[in-house]
Design a binder for this molecule. Structure first.
Ligand SMILES: [Zn+2]
Length: 154
């Protein structure tokens, strides 16, 4: 294994999600698109972008919302599986997920950056959380519950 060059996520006031196993920063809470997903281990979040992940082999999987081409994503530092990335979706309505990432909530730890409390106090309504809640409500009818099918065991 060569030297790892991790991308750092500068403090913006947003909560930063880290790998539960090795504390590598992975994403900002402000990059969450939806918290309504689930994976075989429970809750999962859809993220618009991530750092410090490796992608695995391309794979076609039948999910509750139809057939998707995905690849697993792994922590670059400890190699644990974090979730998957959508590469393609058969259903037109599901294509908004293509190029985006699912992270298993169970492998994440959320760490508020020190500036978060101050920023929330200064702006009165938190750092963008209200915006995300609104978006979730308006997109209620395409509520997702993607699951890897149970016949997809390695
Ligand atoms: Zn890790």
């Amino acid at each position: 294994m060569g030297r790892l060059l991790l991308v750092s996520l500068p403090a913006t006031g947003a909560v930063i999600y880290r790998c539960k196993h090795c504390d590598t920063p992975l994403a900002y809470a402000t990059d969450i698109i939806s918290r309504m997903f689930c994976c075989k281990n429970g809750k999962a979040y859809l993220f618009g972008k991530l750092v410090n992940v490796n992608v695995g082999e391309k794979d076609d999987r039948e999910m509750t919302t139809g057939m998707h081409t995905v690849c697993d994503i792994f922590c670059v530092a400890c190699g644990c599986i974090l979730g998957w990335k959508y590469l393609a979706a058969v259903e037109k309505a599901q294509r908004y997920k293509v190029g985006k990432f699912i992270l298993d909530r169970g492998v994440l730890v959320a760490a508020a950056s020190p500036a978060a409390a101050a920023a929330a106090a200064a702006h009165g309504n938190g750092n963008g959380n209200g915006m995300w809640q609104q978006q979730q409500q308006t997109s209620g009818d395409d509520q997702d519950s993607d699951e890897e099918s149970s016949d997809h065991q390695d």
